[in-house]
Design a protein around this ligand. Sequence first.
Ligand SMILES: Cc1cc2nc3c(=O)[nH]c(=O)nc-3n(C[C@H](O)[C@H](O)[C@H](O)COP(=O)(O)OP(=O)(O)OC[C@H]3O[C@@H](n4cnc5c(N)ncnc54)[C@H](O)[C@@H]3O)c2cc1C
Ligand SMILES: Cc1ncc(C[n+]2csc(CCOP(=O)(O)OP(=O)(O)O)c2C)c(N)n1
Ligand SMILES: [Mg+2]
Length: 632
Amino acid sequence: MSSVACGRIPDTRQKNATPWRRRIALVLPGKSTLDVFVKRVLPVLIVWHSPCIPYHVMARKTVADLLVEVLADASVRRIYGVSGDSLNGITDSIRATKDLEWIHVRNEETAAFAAGAEAHLTETLAVCAGSCGPGNLHLINGLYDCHRSRVPVLAIAAQIPSNEIGSGYFQETHPEHLFAQCSHYCELVSQPEQMPRVLEIAMQTALSKRGVAVIALPGDIALRDAVEKAPRLRFPQPKPTICPSDDEINILAELLNSSIKITILAGAGCAGAHAELIGLADKLQAPIVHAMRGKEFVEYDNPFDVGMTGLLGFSSGYHAMMNCELLLMIGTDFPYQQFYPKNATVVQIDVRGEQLGRRCKVDFGFVGDTKTTLRAVLPKLQQNRYGVHLLESLDDYQKARKGLDELATPNSGKKTIHPQYVARVIDQLAAEDAIFTCDVGTPTIWAARYLTMNGKRRLLGSFTHGSMANALPQAIGAQVSYPGRQVISMSGDGGFAMLMGDLLTLRQHDLPVKLIVFRNDSLAFVELEMKAAGTLDFGTDLRNPEFRKIADGAGLLGLRAESPDDVEALIAQALKHDGPALVEVPVSRQELSMPPTVTFDQAKGFSLFMMRAVFSGRGDEIIDLARVNLFR
Ligand SMILES: Cc1cc2nc3c(=O)[nH]c(=O)nc-3n(C[C@H](O)[C@H](O)[C@H](O)COP(=O)(O)OP(=O)(O)OC[C@H]3O[C@@H](n4cnc5c(N)ncnc54)[C@H](O)[C@@H]3O)c2cc1C
Ligand SMILES: Cc1ncc(C[n+]2csc(CCOP(=O)(O)OP(=O)(O)O)c2C)c(N)n1
Ligand SMILES: [Mg+2]
């Protein structure tokens, strides 16, 4: 088979080396006249004479070309990944097109998190890729996050040469098994005839089931001639509305009309239904508690907001749920059973039937999307005239809010920088439409408590999967998707260091992400858990470098706060900086993030910790803990 005959007609006006010319170069190396003729003259002749060349000679399209075309046709704009031999066919096709961008990151885990962030923010399919074996294994943790957060992501897991599968070949793994748990669909493409059908099924599955789909594609198959020549599916993404039946809506209305102390627990499933949610709370005179992933959609412009519940929550959120007669869960999968009321009637609305009753005993479950369901039930509701429960909850909220605000003080003139203050400054200085990401660890607490949402701002974390090191990669995906918006990563020093290599990606792609590193020289969240469990903290110390200098070396603006009085000016400087910037803020390590109620077990844990600490000669730490939290 001649490479010339099969080569795609090169676009000589485009980038230097087309796949076609490179293939010829591989066959005829050297700098001979013939080489010059083949490389420079022949392509031009072929383009000139292309109308005369039979279709099968001029229009060779590889499986990889087709893959790229299908993705571009479905409005995918980029693929995040790290290249590798088994991916060469795909990256080569991307190189030759203007429709798809290759976002080269330093670790495939970053690629998956970044694609997840893009999918979350844009609500469209995002794509990541890894080369065979270790390359795509690195994707897995990020893909778990995407899958569990229900964002549509396609992963391309390149595979070893198809004729070697099953031989224990170099880098051999079995992606169909490896990705099975973190995807709705995972298939090997072993024949060109499967394309683009398998790819399209994968894309459709990721979008309609919301989650991850994976195609495993051996490098040699990617380079084979495509059989089908074009995408098969050309329709806009369906957006069905789902409403409970009329009978069910009547039952729902009756339940709500016959209760007076109602609390709403609203989650991420309330996105796009803000007006309906507020209208409902008004009719029912119901306080609204939000679950963490619902914060960005529920908290803003909300006179019924009483904060979050859970270990990181507000006491007001906790009490509003515990004191109600009827708890109405809407679009939430809030996971912690101990924070649900034991004696209230529980009614749940969720678009997925399988979610009903997953977290607590549910008395009535309704399958419907929030907007459609609330629109259907609202006209059937009577105005609740009993406002006491709402007023009490709002009053509680004000007190809880005040308590938390008092912890976010600058501590001016002193040395200790409180992380709450740093979060408050970020909130105050950030743009109207900033996108925040927060690392798992204490940054999640500070984001939950101190960032103000307004309907335009966005907040991403690894809230469901709970993986460290999410904030920087998600910030990369956010900034790539929205180059004009301010993107701020609230990073822990542990989380940041875990995927720190991708600091380099900010310069590589000129992404003006702002990283605020909460440097407490520890895995502080875990220390807190250890204290609460009554064990001595162990394995949580971090001997950190100066992150500012690392940032500097990576070509970012690197800043470091030395005292509370530096914080505001430095964060402002970073936010104004025209490029990526990192602000390292040494924050106190022993900030307690007290849960809304301290359970007996937790209280016992703390005292046990203190006793053990004294016995082990670490009483100084308790004094430190007390000084930071009790006497400030
Ligand atoms: C360190 C750490 C600590 C945490 N502590 C807390 C805490 O104290 N408090 C807290 O709240 N969270 C906390 N979280 C987050 C927590 O783990 C959950 O991820 C979060 O509570 C879930 O929020 P959600 O219910 O809004 O979102 P999800 O879990 O995503 O649930 C959304 C639900 O809405 C449904 N849905 C989607 N679309 C629609 C629609 N259109 N109509 C109807 N239904 C729809 C989905 O099927 C799903 O059931 C913590 C996370 C971390 C990492
Ligand atoms: C990949 C991964 N490893 C370990 C954990 C357990 N874990 C949860 S929070 C945390 C500490 C995070 O430390 P850091 O980023 O420094 O934040 P801090 O809590 O200190 O502010 C750890 C180790 C995890 N969630 N994910
Ligand atoms: Mg830390």
